[in-house]
Structure formats: structure tokens, C-alpha cells
Design a binder for this molecule. Structure first.
Ligand code: ATP
Length: 263
């Protein structure tokens, strides 16, 4: 069976389990994301060694930890790009282990990958138009949401994305969140390569998105900026969650985690 056939079969299975058209809205009290004893990796190399983590509906969880800890891998599992070898992945109460990324999207997951996600040879407006094909929102509404959240993009609507500043490009990439009404937004290192002032500005917008009711799981090295908007924080090291709690409680252990001391 080809991977495409496998994805089709998975989608059919999920639809049989919940035949409602709007998967995310049927299970409103469930956490946006719940992973239980999750194991996953690449080929024979296991990267996540039994991760258990919950992102409650409408909350922001900042996931931090040193390079290679497995943070991006966890986001990849939570968006369907890496399939778990064991454990459970629940999105808004749906068991989504092993289904295709577009089924995760249908269940309410929107992923903004690190340093990618815009088309450099298209203008800002054209990028928004391309994004709009992934959802049901009209291009007019997406433009309205994008430009009112990021006024700088309105000024640059006819400019090629490839000529935007890094911060502006990241803002454009985050506009994918307006295409649907995601239950869960996955943000991977949105601060990558940006000046601290731009990072603060971006995180103000992350806070606004969170206040609009979207749950956010964000991976970030820029701990100070992320902690300001986070309801919860977790430290991952060597494929395990070493600490989970309120940001103030976790902040004290960050230096130790990054320096590699054993917890
Ligand atoms: P960083 O903060 O540096 O981005 P991270 O915590 O996000 O790190 P991951 O990117 O999840 O960590 O990587 C975890 C481990 O998995 C690393 O050892 C990495 O080399 C390995 N890895 C990541 N992607 C792949 C891949 N596509 N194929 C094989 N191994 C991979």
C-alpha cells in the first residue's frame, strides 16, 4: 500500500469514528492536545521516549529545552508529519495516532513551521490567497484578519514575500492561523534570527491569538519572550519532559536544563 493509500484509509477510519462534518467543534471540553506515553523517532532512532503532555483548550504552553531534545519532533507528531511508534495523540478529544497531516488540520491543528511557510516569489496578498485555499475562510476575511493583526503587512501587501524583513515574513507565515479557526496552533521558534524587539512584538501578537481562544504549543529558545505569554511551561531534555508547571516555577530550572546538568 502506498503512503497516499494509507493516508486515505486513515482518513476514512477517522470519519467512521466521528461522522460529524466539524470534527473540532464536537468535543469542546477536551484538551486541545494530549499526548500520553508517546514514543516516536526517525527510522530506528527513537527521539521521544515516552512523552506525556497536555495543552488545555485556549491555553499557551511554552516548550523549551536544549538543541536536539526532541521539541520539533513533538510538534511534528502533533501535526501528523511524524507518526508515533507507541502511545496516544489526542487532538480535541480525537484519537489521531498515525493519521495524515491534512486530517490533523481538519481536527483543528494549524502548524507554523520554523523559518518556512511563505512563498518568496509571491506578494504578501498572493501568499494570503494561497493560504486561503487550505481553509474555508474567504480571502477578504483572511486579509482583514491579517492586516488588522499585523498592520505592517497591510503596508506591504504588494511586496514580494522574499523581500520582506525576517520579522515581517514571520508575521506573514503566522497568518496561516487565520485560514481556519484552529483549536491548536503549533509555533516552532518564531524568534529564529530576529532582533529582540521584533521578537517581543511577535509575542504580543501570540498573546492576542491566545486571547482569541486558540490553544498554542510553542517551541522557543527565547525563554523570556515565550514565558510572558505562556500559561504553562515545560522543559524537554533527551526526549523526555523533565519539568512541567507554571512559567515562574519552571523558569528557575531553565539554565540547568540548557547547561546539561542532570535533573
Ligand atoms: P532544536 O532546538 O535544535 O531545533 P529540537 O529539540 O527541536 O532541537 P529535534 O529537531 O526534534 O530537536 O531533533 C531531535 C533529534 O532527532 C536530533 O538528534 C535530530 O538530529 C534528530 N532528527 C530530527 N529530524 C530528523 C530527521 N528528519 N531524520 C533523522 N533524525 C532527525
Amino acid at each position: 500500500m502506498s503512503s497516499t493509500d494509507l493516508y486515505r484509509a486513515d482518513e476514512a477510519e477517522l470519519q467512521l469514528a466521528d461522522p460529524g462534518a466539524s470534527l473540532a467543534s464536537d468535543l469542546v471540553d477536551e484538551p486541545a492536545l494530549e499526548v500520553i506515553d508517546l514514543r516516536a523517532g526517525y527510522g530506528r532512532v527513537e527521539v521521544l521516549h515516552g512523552v506525556t503532555l497536555t495543552v488545555p483548550r485556549g491555553s499557551v504552553l511554552a516548550l523549551m529545552g536544549p538543541n536536539g531534545a526532541g521539541k520539533t519532533t513533538l510538534l511534528n507528531v502533533a501535526s501528523g508529519f511524524v507518526k508515533p511508534t507507541s502511545g496516544c495523540v489526542h487532538v480535541s478529544g480525537l484519537h489521531v495516532n498515525g493519521v495524515a497531516p491534512h486530517v490533523f488540520a481538519k481536527a483543528g491543528v494549524c502548524s507554523i513551521p520554523e523559518g518556512r511557510g511563505t512563498f518568496p516569489n509571491l506578494t504578501v496578498r498572493e501568499n494570503l490567497r494561497v493560504f486561503s485555499h487550505a481553509g474555508t475562510a474567504s480571502i477578504d476575511w483572511i486579509e482583514h484578519a491579517a492586516y488588522s493583526t499585523f498592520p505592517r503587512l497591510a503596508e506591504r501587501r504588494t511586496q514580494l514575500a522574499g523581500t520582506l524583513s525576517g520579522g515581517e515574513r514571520q508575521m506573514l507565515s503566522m497568518c496561516r492561523a487565520f485560514v481556519s479557526e484552529p483549536a491548536l496552533l503549533l509555533l516552532d521558534e518564531i524568534s529564529m534570527g530576529l532582533a529582540p524587539i521584533v521578537v517581543s512584538e511577535l509575542y504580543e501578537k501570540v498573546g492576542e491569538l491566545a486571547r482569541s481562544g486558540i490553544a498554542i504549543l510553542l517551541v522557543e529558545q527565547f525563554a523570556a519572550a515565550a514565558m510572558k505569554v505562556a500559561d504553562y511551561a515545560a522543559i524537554m531534555r533527551q526526549g523526555r519532559i523533565e519539568m512541567f508547571g507554571e512559567p515562574a516555577d519552571v523558569a528557575g530550572s531553565l539554565a540547568e536544563a540548557y547547561l546539561g546538568a542532570t535533573g
